[in-house]
Design a protein around this ligand. Structure first.
Ligand code: FES
Length: 113
C-alpha cells in the first residue's frame, strides 16, 4: 500500500489527475491527503447553496470528501489511497455507493441534516 512497517508513507512519487490536471503525490497517501498537499482544499460543493466541500472529519464519518476515482463513484477521499494513473474527479453522484452499505452512512450523499 506504499507504507513501511512503521506506517510511514513511502517517498515514492506517483502522478494522478484531478479533474484532468496532473497532481503529484507520495505512494500511500490518501486521495484527500494528496489533494491537500497539492494545494487543493475543496473538491466538491453542497447540493444546496453550492458551498465548497473537502476534507472535514478525515476518518470516513462525514462523507464531505466524496470524489469519483476511476470507475468508482462517490468514494471517500480521506479513506482511499491514491495510485499512479488514477483519474480523480469532482463527484457528481447524488448517492455515494458505499454510504448505502455502511450502517453509519448517510444516504443523502454527504448532506448534513
Ligand atoms: S472527510 Fe469525512 S468522510 Fe472523508
Amino acid at each position: 500500500m506504499g507504507r513501511d512497517s512503521e506506517g510511514h508513507v513511502s517517498k515514492e512519487r506517483v502522478t494522478f489527475t484531478f479533474d484532468g490536471s496532473p497532481v503529484q503525490a507520495q505512494r500511500g497517501q490518501t486521495v484527500a491527503g494528496a489533494l491537500l498537499a497539492g494545494g487543493i482544499v475543496a473538491w466538491g460543493v453542497t447540493r444546496s447553496g453550492g458551498r465548497p466541500r473537502g476534507l472535514f472529519c478525515g476518518i470516513g464519518a462525514c462523507f464531505d470528501c466524496l470524489v469519483d476515482v476511476n470507475e468508482d463513484r462517490a468514494v471517500r477521499a480521506c479513506l482511499v489511497p491514491v495510485n499512479s494513473g488514477d483519474r480523480v474527479e469532482t463527484s457528481t453522484s447524488a448517492e455515494p455507493d458505499d454510504a448505502l452499505s455502511q450502517p453509519s452512512g448517510r444516504p443523502e450523499g454527504g448532506q448534513k441534516a
